[in-house]
Design a protein around this ligand. Structure first.
Ligand code: DGL
Length: 259
């Protein structure tokens, strides 16, 4: 049982930022990563479409005997994780924008949040934001166009720089001291964010928290892999494999899969 893989899925290659955190914390674990790049971006799709795609990804991973599923996508989590939890009998770990630590620590009382339309319009996101942002100016920005550029391997391109310059301006004008990254593709634009934001702005994402939660849930369910065998971490994508291969490096198996 414990050697069964962890299943991880995203609308594309962004969730590899979560895989990297999980692999660093749980190096013994086998895993299967599913990049549904053919249907990216999820962020502009209806809630029903996001639920259907998330269920399809989950079913594939369960058919591969996964013991736990990490929904490495804010958009899929905020729109579909309650559906997945009620339908499938395995633990699910989701990812949501880390609004709480930003709201609790901001000194300027202004916090920026960059996420997809699907995440920012979801009920779950609003619930969390309302809970923590009473006296705080939360500047929400849809990151339209960022996911497709990351998927094309253009995370540090001039096109990306132009988009981010536009998106960050209202936040900089409002004197934010925290920027919350609400999409797992966005850690890949970190070099540009660091270049464009004033030095005092702290950037937070939920990657490490997701890895810690994954470990805790595996422990609670006695599902940790305690064997010392070299783990297998496989990656599947339903479009061109090149960008995913570049992002995960030569140590991992990346294959095309028609799904
Ligand atoms: N990585 C996904 C997320 O965290 C991207 C969503 C999309 O495909 O629009 O929301």
């Amino acid at each position: 049982m414990n050697t069964q893989p962890i299943g991880i899925f995203d609308s594309g290659i962004g969730g590899t930022s979560i895989f990297k955190e999980i692999h660093a914390l749980l190096p013994n674990e086998n895993s299967i990563y599913l990049a549904d790049s053919k249907h990216a971006p999820y962020g502009n799709k209806s809630k029903q479409d996001i639920i259907e795609l998330s269920a399809k990804n989950t079913e594939y991973l369960l058919s591969k005997n996964c013991k736990l599923i990490v929904v490495a996508c804010n958009t899929a989590t905020t729109n579909a994780v309650s559906h997945l939890r009620s339908k499938y009998n395995v633990p699910f770990i989701g990812i949501e924008p880390a609004i709480k630590p930003a709201a609790l620590n901001t000194e300027t009382k202004a916090v920026g949040i960059l996420a997809t339309k699907g995440t920012l319009s979801s009920e779950l996101f609003h619930k969390t934001t309302d809970l923590y942002s009473n006296d705080i100016n939360v500047i929400e920005q849809i990151g339209e166009g960022i996911v497709p550029l990351v998927e094309e391997g253009k995370a540090t391109s001039n096109e990306m720089k132009a988009l981010l310059t536009d998106y960050l301006k209202p936040m900089i004008d409002a004197n934010i001291d925290y920027l919350v990254l609400g999409c797992t593709h966005y850690p890949y634009v970190m070099p540009l964010l660091l270049e464009l934001l004033p030095k005092h702005v702290k950037i937070i994402d939920s990657g490490l928290a997701v890895a810690k939660q994954t470990k805790a849930v595996l422990e609670q369910n006695q599902l940790l892999n305690k064997t010392a065998k070299t783990p297998e971490n496989a990656f599947y994508i339903n479009t061109n494999i090149t960008v995913l291969k570049d992002i995960v490096g030569a140590n991992f198996k990346v294959e095309y899969l028609d799904f």
